[in-house]
Design a binder for this molecule. Structure first.
Ligand code: SF4
Ligand code: SF4
Length: 332
């Protein structure tokens, strides 16, 4: 059956006028073949010299007449907890395995829905930032999919902010727990960027795979989730990645790219800072994203995000991967 043509989206002139000469894709390292650290481009409110700052300010101005969003946005913007406990003089001792168990139990008992541990890779640290901690605790919080699916109307970004705040509270709680044991811990949650990208460590520690829409796909919640993190020097044990077939599925699915109003989702993987991966065209996404206070259509329509569907899809895709591996072994 022929696909229904999508209405053409024209970015408003007021936004186009704010675009700098340099493309956001260039800043993000599109078509670069060497590995390098990411460059801040958006969400770094404190940085005043970013070429896309006028566009970021345009996004923030959208909140002026939306009290629903003001109630949530930036509520936990300071990242660190002003009531953070003082560190004891001597750090408590335990094995990395036990600390890992205790940290995960604490995160799950304090608003986290998912938690994993990754050893920090310096290629995840934004240029201009320093991260000396060897570990990041990545926390996932599920979104209410019914609210998310109202994108691009206001209920969807309200839900996004609500969950970013929950993730940040969970990260603060974990950081406070670690500090009480005598170790360093720095929490950070969205929507603003911290010193570190969060999707790559989330993938490294088994919270999901990268989808064509540029977001994480988790085997329980699909893309209906948000991330927060805690960088720490508490000795921990890293989790393994979880490859259950989301990346394979994206190869033959185009639901998100068909649904994206400005056609920002590319059908093939691209080279970005030395890695071949799914990548969303920043310059095409941002105008629509800004005018809808965060859009989110692509993660809402992703079939993995439909409540209850991801575990069944993961099971099927895993079985397919196992069969394929068996066929390769037997030469069929
Ligand atoms: S909608 Fe389809 S192509 Fe897009 S991320 Fe989800 S599974 Fe992948
Ligand atoms: S957030 Fe919206 S505009 Fe951006 S890629 Fe997703 S669907 Fe497209």
């Amino acid at each position: 059956m022929a696909r229904k043509p999508k209405p053409v989206y024209h970015p408003p002139a007021a936004q186009l006028a704010l675009f700098p000469e340099v493309s956001g894709n260039t800043i993000n390292g599109l078509d670069e073949t060497e590995r390098r650290r990411p460059t801040p481009v958006f969400w770094h409110y404190g940085k005043t010299d970013l070429p896309h700052k006028p566009l970021q300010d345009y996004y923030l101005r959208q909140f002026d007449d939306k009290p629903e969003l003001q109630d949530f946005h930036l509520k936990y913007g300071g990242r660190g907890d002003p009531r953070a406990p003082a560190k004891p003089e001597a750090p408590a001792t335990d094995t990395p395995e036990n600390w890992t168990r205790r940290i995960k139990a604490h995160a799950l008992a304090n608003e986290g829905d998912l938690v994993g541990i990754a050893a920090i890779d310096s290629d995840w640290v934004f240029e201009g930032y320093t991260v000396d901690e060897p570990w990041v605790v990545v926390i996932g919080v599920a979104m209410d999919h019914a609210e998310l699916s109202k994108a691009p109307s206001i209920e969807s970004p309200v839900e996004v902010m609500r969950q970013y705040n929950r993730g940040t509270r969970a990260a603060r709680s974990v950081a406070n727990f670690i500090q009480r044991q005598g170790y360093n811990a720095r929490p950070h949650g969205g929507p603003m960027a911290g010193p570190l990208l969060l999707i790559p460590p989330a993938i490294a520690c088994g919270l999901g795979e990268l989808g064509k829409h540029g977001s994480l796909i988790n085997r329980s919640y699909g893309s209906s989730l948000r991330l927060a993190g805690v960088m720490t020097d508490l000795p921990l044990v890293a989790d393994a990645p979880d490859i259950f077939g989301a990346d394979d599925f994206c190869t033959s699915c185009r639901i998100c790219s068909d649904a994206c109003p400005p056609d920002a989702i590319h059908g093939e993987k691209q080279q970005v800072r030395g890695m071949r991966k799914w990548y969303v065209n920043f310059d095409k996404c941002i105008p629509y994203f800004n005018d809808t206070q965060g859009c989110g259509i692509c993660i809402a329509v992703c079939p993995w995000s439909t409540p209850g569907r991801a575990p069944r899809m993961a099971e099927k895709m895993t079985a397919r991967r196992t069969r394929r591996a068996g066929d390769e072994t037997t030469g069929r």
